[in-house]
Design a protein around this ligand. Structure first.
Ligand SMILES: [Zn+2]
Length: 430
């Protein structure tokens, strides 16, 4: 009885903590699986060349300069206060400082590919505000200006707007009434770095972002082949995605497991090798883990996103409680992963460690980060580039995932699984 009660409480806390979230919105496009690998943004995507802010009275306008018109839809969310602008795929060619601009009610913003064919701008609000009347105009030179106005409102009005969810329900991809929701566990595979953030760089010039992306894709294919899971990737190509956005993708989709893939480098110690599985913790296992987390946490700065955001994700007591429970599941999965990986690959001297990685801060999604090996180690790098090695390791990971969910199914299915899914869809159904 004990485990069942625990699991149900986790589900309940998840629902509470995520009221007003967007499962239905993000689910379908994300879950359709990775798009075929591409070398960059879709060729016909609009190009964004500028994003400017201007305030007047209680209104702050975000003006995007684009190569062609796009349809923009906006909605606001609480905790933290933010506005989300959904766009068709946009090729953002903005300077690295673009998202750090602060003006009026706009504290900062992030942008990037959100799912195949969909881009998103997430605006962190300095206070409650609503988005009203997005306007599109064409300049004499032929560029498109999309103006997104954020108008300051009282907290009550903001709450009302955010609880109501998507103001453009036609964008929602909630299952039609009567259509059965897919209740298979949702696994979010997170390939580290991407786009303008290459991650670690091997002496040979190979980028971490490319190695981990290839691995993540192989893992996704492996898992999809089982038919037992829904899979989403935080990036499906070489694109920058902020760390907080990776966490948000997993949380808003109500993922059941988040697996982040990285490959570190210690150029000062080329003899150091092997894989390490990390789970989140405020207190790092050792200095080396703390330094690694610090390095990885700088990915947002590398991509021009606000690195200060994120800590508030776990600010309230409810989330703190949920986080504690979730970390138990994360550690359980890390144990299973270690059991499967150790026989097929070289592990580091301390194969399970903890550290304060920002991508491991979801209070409600069991999360692990796997450092596959060191790009600074010649033998690790060789393995990381080997197809045969990759097949072995993704197979072992898939096995660990099977074991994890087999264990959870017997504990949670009768109470938690279905009510949680049902509850999560209800608030956003139009
Ligand atoms: Zn990394």
């Amino acid at each position: 009885m004990q485990p069942r009660a625990r699991t149900f409480r986790l589900g309940l806390l998840r629902s509470l903590a995520l009221t007003g979230s967007l499962l239905a919105l993000v689910a379908s496009p994300l879950l359709s699986g990775p798009a075929p690998a591409q070398d960059g943004p879709a060729r016909n995507a609009a190009v964004a060349i500028a994003a400017d802010l201007a305030s007047q009275g209680g209104t702050t306008k975000l003006v995007l300069t684009l190569s062609k018109p796009v349809e923009a839809r906006a909605f606001v969310m609480e905790r933290p206060d933010r506005a989300v602008i959904d766009l068709p795929e946009v090729n953002f060619q903005l300077g690295p400082e673009a998202g750090r601009k602060r003006d009026g009610v706009v504290a900062s913003f992030r942008y990037g590919l959100f799912a195949p064919g969909r881009s998103r701008i997430v605006v962190d609000l300095a206070g409650p505000a609503v988005v009203e009347g997005i306007e599109t105009a064409t300049t004499r030179a032929g560029a498109t200006l999309v103006t997104i106005p954020f108008r300051r409102v009282e907290r009550d009005a903001f709450r009302k707007a955010s609880v109501a969810g998507d103001p453009n329900p036609s964008a929602a991809k909630a299952p039609a009434p009567g259509e059965a929701a897919d209740t298979r566990p949702l696994i979010v595979v997170d390939a580290g770095h991407g786009g303008i953030d290459p991650g670690a760089i091997a002496a040979t010039g190979v980028y971490e972002k490319d190695i981990v992306f290839g691995f993540a894709q192989a893992l996704v294919q492996r898992l999809e082949a089982t038919g037992r899971y829904r899979i989403a990737m935080t990036r499906d190509r070489d694109v920058f995605v902020a760390l907080s956005e990776r966490v948000r993708i997993a949380r808003e989709a109500k993922a059941d497991l988040f697996v982040s893939i990285h490959a570190d480098s210690i150029s000062s110690a080329p003899q150091v090798k092997g894989a390490t599985i990390y789970t989140g913790s405020e207190k790092a296992t050792d200095g080396e883990s703390a330094r690694l987390a610090e390095r990885e946490n700088k990915a947002d700065a590398a991509g021009g996103s606000d690195a200060g955001e994120g800590a508030s994700d776990v600010a309230d007591i409810l989330q703190e409680l949920t986080l504690r429970e979730t970390r138990g599941f994360s550690a359980g999965f890390a144990g299973k992963l270690m059991g499967q990986l150790s026989p097929v690959m070289e592990m580091s001297t301390k194969p399970h460690r903890e550290a304060g990685f920002r991508v491991l801060r979801s209070p409600d999604v069991p999360s692990v980060l796997v450092e596959l090996g060191y790009l600074s180690s010649k033998s690790d790098l060789e393995k990381l580039l080997s197809e045969e090695w990759r097949t072995k390791v993704t197979g072992a990971m898939a096995k660990a995932i099977d074991l994890f969910f087999a264990g959870r199914a017997t504990l949670s299915r009768p109470t938690a699984a279905s009510p949680r899914k049902a509850a999560s869809i209800a608030p956003v159904s139009p």
